[in-house]
Write a protein that binds this ligand. Structure first.
Ligand SMILES: Cc1cc2nc3c(=O)[nH]c(=O)nc-3n(C[C@H](O)[C@H](O)[C@H](O)COP(=O)(O)OP(=O)(O)OC[C@H]3O[C@@H](n4cnc5c(N)ncnc54)[C@H](O)[C@@H]3O)c2cc1C
Length: 409
């Protein structure tokens, strides 16, 4: 059967754009179409875009100096009592030491330029509204200013974000439950006295200015060359109105620390469910937020999007599409554990959360060999047993400890 394109990619966020760029690099640009709703790559912005340094090297991301909004040197975690500790967060999430906040449009525009140079066709301001299976492939319907079009393709890569409309049409994902997503709301304000390289994160507090099962952040960034902060809230189970209400409540308690001027606002959904079980089905791939490869603890989903875009492209390049799921397993396992941790943290009392913050703030991370999760977990357990045996046993009895602590390392 003749199809219009060998490969159709829906969505040009971090996941879809990574897949397009990798296919292009492997000589599969011609015959690849990427369809994206946004008017240009990465704009309007959807996220803070806190990146770990390690991802930039791992995925060979085209980061020019003007993409860096701010470097991140430390993360400070606030417990419910308001006391805080500088902690070393996991090396693979946004906000990690040695990370940075990047301008989403800049990074994605550079990736897109490379994909286009390698022959990928990109359609912006175009929405894929419907998908169906045809013999040996897929038919999508797209809509844009020029009208409605029907396009066929052999492989379909769905990187359409958390909405997952097309993935649902193919029966590859179930709708998320109310408690399985955070609603994020963020404002950009001028930097004032905050430590410039420090990300700050707040756990729920006794006054519930941050609702339980939610958190609040403050990232260093920049806007038109001026230092700014991106201050936001992610709250579980909330509609936009409630998310903003919780944000305002927190803001009222903290606004004195800021200048007061609000330069911009954005918001979105962070899916915090366990990652999708099936990511490949007879020619169709799902990845990124569509496959809920998002960390339930931090809300960081860029790593999952980049990794799924990369693995998806390489499964196609190797001619072994079914290997996609297997190669994505390492991150899916890790994300399942992080979901377990989220469920555990929301069951801790305020005192226990405070003690957890203390505990994390004193852990001598540099002494632990990096990048070996098993060694790191063993080392942490040995250390935590000595440092706070009571908290350790509480966590042990409330949840599966091994699973619970793993996300931190
Ligand atoms: C407020 C906020 C802050 C965040 N901060 C961070 C952070 O600091 N670090 C981090 O790691 N993660 C962060 N995240 C999460 C992160 O942004 C996402 O996990 C990540 O962007 C997912 O990438 P993706 O490619 O899967 O999907 P998306 O980035 O959502 O991209 C999907 C693309 O598909 C397009 N699209 C959707 N449907 C269609 C359609 N039917 N037809 C055509 N195009 C379509 C969309 O327009 C979009 O361009 C944040 C999220 C939010 C909401």
């Amino acid at each position: 059967m003749t199809v219009d394109y060998a490969r159709l990619i829906i969505g040009g966020g971090y996941g879809g754009m990574m897949a397009a760029r990798e296919l292009g690099r492997a000589g599969l640009g011609p015959g690849t179409l990427l369809v994206d709703l946004r008017s240009r790559a990465g704009y309007p912005h959807q996220s803070t875009s806190g990146f770990a340094e390690a991802w930039i090297r791992k995925y060979d991301l085209p980061i020019r100096g003007d993409a860096v909004a701010a470097p991140i040197r430390a993360m400070r975690l606030y417990g419910p009592s308001g006391r805080s500790r500088v902690v070393s967060p996991p090396g693979d999430v946004g906000g990690a030491a040695m990370g940075m906040v990047l301008q989403e449009d800049n990074v994605l525009a550079n990736m897109e330029a490379e994909a286009i140079r390698e022959g990928v066709t990109v359609l912006h301001s175009t929405m894929a509204t419907h998908v169906s299976r045809i013999t040996d492939g897929f038919r999508i319907t797209t809509r844009n200013g020029q009208g409605t079009r029907s396009i066929t393709g052999w492989r379909l890569l769905l990187f359409e974000g958390y909405h997952a409309h097309l993935a649902k049409q193919l029966g590859m994902v179930e709708p998320l439950r109310d408690d399985q997503f955070y609603r994020g709301y963020e404002i950009t304000v001028p930097q004032r006295d905050q430590p410039p390289g420090e990300v700050r994160m707040w756990l729920p507090d006794r006054a519930e200015t941050v609702p339980r099962a939610s958190y609040h952040w403050d990232f260093p960034a920049s806007s038109s060359g001026h230092a700014t902060r991106r201050v936001g809230n992610a709250s579980a189970k909330s509609d936009p109105h409630t998310a903003i209400w919780y944000f305002r409540r927190w803001w009222d308690a903290h606004r004195a620390e800021y200048d007061g001027a609000v330069l911009s606002r954005c918001g979105g959904i962070i899916p915090t469910a366990p990652p999708a079980r099936t990511v490949y089905d007879s020619g169709a791939f799902i990845g990124g937020d569509t496959a809920t490869t998002c960390c339930s603890v931090t809300g960081g989903g860029i790593l999952g999007a980049l990794e799924s875009g990369y693995q998806c492209a390489h499964a196609i390049i190797r001619g072994q599409p079914k290997s996609y799921g297997k190669n994505l397993n390492w991150i899916r396992r890790e994300l399942k554990v992080r979901y377990a941790l989220k469920m555990l943290v929301v069951r801790l009392t305020y005192d226990e959360m405070d003690r957890l913050v203390d505990l994390l703030g004193t852990y001598p991370l540099p002494s632990v060999p990096q990048l070996n999760p098993l060694k790191q977990r063993r080392a942490f357990t040995r250390w935590a047993l000595g440092a706070d045996p009571r908290l350790f046993s509480t966590i042990l009895t409330r949840g599966r400890f091994w699973q619970a602590v793993m996300p931190f390392f």
